[in-house]
Write a protein that binds this ligand. Structure first.
Ligand code: COA
Length: 381
């Protein structure tokens, strides 16, 4: 598979109270088009990743909303898959090009979460869970806390090791001017931060965020000499039960494992070929499990290796150079698109202070809910 990423842009993530969705959209689309050397008139279709705009903002029909804002009348789609909405929108854009129906498409991810009461945002996010989880009052921090307890029980994973994930991601975010939190933290600060859902503390959790990201995709046949593309060489997804109670095992996400296997097969690449990855660390335990599901470390050994600093900048495999969801922020519908933006910048060598030396192959791992959807992309030069 070969689909070109020609342009990529992300807004700053964070509490962006003064920026409306329209302003955020305009910013990232303009920048993505400029970096692709294309004009809006050359785009055949728009795919928009978003989860909460209807329930929180009262605005549905987001495909037409984005087309209207850009002043075009081309086909436009909203794609929803909880926190994997952005990754799903990228997958939809990629498959539309592979179908040959469209030649050049724009993929946008956008979410505004912080303009609302925290309890409303938390309830809206639970739309991604099972009805049983919702009616029993579960929240995503509490569901990932159950996953963390299962992993601790089976593999001896410790709270200190989970804290190391956040410490690494805050360090990477301190090199990323577009991250929500650009301050470094220590293990002690994580362990002493307020308890959210035992064993997860405030600094084990991704925050509630606003933000947008956009990419321009093109079919291989449309490439001109103006720009050297980064290639999407695998785009794979898999699903699982919405609820945790229906799963046999809580210590891995079978959707992520299946999607990763498909992606490695599509690309002909192996876990050891990956130089840089953006993974879905919505909670610190999620990054540990992602490392195991993606085959980067054997089961039960990821926490130890992360704690040893094996996935920090300067190593063979670097994970979450943007700061991940934890520190870069997690505007849910934008996250999967932002992950592609970060890997594209890494492979182009324009990632600034957080640049991974000579990065040639990158991977993104975007998860919806507690793993009911998982989307994996592999990109290469
Ligand atoms: N990491 C670091 N700092 C955080 C933070 C986080 N995850 N979340 C909030 N903060 C900071 C705020 O910036 C604020 O700092 P300030 O006092 O210096 O301004 C302070 O902590 C309190 O913020 P507040 O918004 O009142 O926190 P909260 O208690 O309402 O929310 C969580 C904290 C963890 C419950 C919330 O961020 C959350 O729900 N996260 C998970 C989101 C989620 O489930 N996403 C989907 C994943 S599947």
């Amino acid at each position: 598979m070969k689909v070109a990423v020609l342009g990529a842009s992300t807004s700053k993530f964070g509490e962006l109270w003064s920026l409306s969705p329209r302003v955020l959209l305009k910013e990232v689309v303009t920048e993505a088009l400029n970096s692709s050397h294309l004009k809006l008139g050359e785009i055949d279709a728009i795919f928009v990743g978003n989860m909460l705009s209807g329930i929180l903002g009262g605005q549905e029909h987001l495909g037409a909303f984005v087309a209207e804002e850009l002043g075009v009348t081309i086909p436009a789609f909203k794609i929803e898959g909880a926190c994997a909405s952005g990754g799903l929108a990228v997958h939809a854009g990629v498959t539309s090009i592979l179908s040959t129906l469209y030649k050049k498409v724009l993929v946008v991810g956008i979410e505004k979460m912080t303009d609302h009461k925290p309890e409303d945002t938390t309830s809206a996010l639970m739309g991604a869970g099972s009805d049983e989880e919702r009616t029993s009052g579960a929240t995503f921090p509490s569901l990932y806390a159950l996953i963390a307890r299962a992993h601790m029980e089976k593999y001896g994973t410790t709270e200190e090791q989970m804290a190391q994930v956040s410490v690494k991601n805050h360090y990477h975010a301190s090199l990323n001017g577009k991250a929500q939190f650009t301050f470094p933290i220590t293990v002690d600060q994580v362990l002493k931060s307020p308890l959210i859902a035992s064993p997860l503390k405030l600094l084990d959790c991704s925050p509630v965020s606003d933000g947008a990201a956009a990419i321009v995709l093109s079919s291989e046949n449309e490439i001109t000499q103006k720009i050297k593309p980064v290639w999407i060489t695998a785009s794979a997804l898999a699903t699982d039960t919405l609820g945790l109670a229906q799963r046999k095992d809580l210590t891995s996400l079978s959707s992520a494992q299946k999607a990763a296997q498909k992606a490695y097969k599509q690309s002909g690449l192996k876990p050891e070929d990956i130089d840089v990855a953006e993974v879905h660390d919505c909670f610190s335990i999620a990054e540990i499990i992602a490392m195991e599901d993606l085959g980067f470390f054997p089961r039960g050994l990821a926490a130890k290796n992360i704690a040893l600093g094996k996935t920090r900048l300067g190593n063979k495999l670097v994970v979450n150079t943007s700061g991940g969801l934890k520190a870069s922020g997690h505007p849910v519908g934008a996250t999967g698109v932002k992950q592609i933006v970060e890997i594209t910048n890494q492979l182009r060598g324009v990632a600034g202070k957080k640049q991974v030396k000579d990065a040639q192959i990158g991977l993104t791992h975007n998860v919806g809910g507690t793993g009911a959807t998982a989307v994996i992309h592999i990109l290469r030069n």
